[in-house]
Design a protein. Structure first.
Length: 75
């Protein structure tokens, strides 16, 4: 499929040099890079659940500014 991409000039120049060095087209290089990126995203899978714990309850209502300042300053 043919498409148009906007690529930063510095990245484009590096891509062009690397493609020439490897004797490949820039399209081949971009396609390979995208395949690797997408494959690595699939391998990550679901993140493990975060641990939970009981903190002993709320010490201060953070919506109450005065109570929050009082708790922070140890009054």
């Amino acid at each position: 499929m043919k498409t148009t991409l906007n690529i930063d000039d510095v990245v484009f120049a590096e891509l062009k040099r690397e493609a020439a060095r490897q004797g490949r087209t820039m399209s081949e290089m971009v396609e390979t890079a995208l395949r690797l990126l997408l494959r690595s995203q699939r391998k990550r899978g679901a993140l493990p659940p975060l641990p939970s714990f009981h903190s002993g309850g709320v010490l201060v209502d953070i919506a109450d500014r005065d109570a929050l300042y009082q708790a922070m300053e140890g009054r």
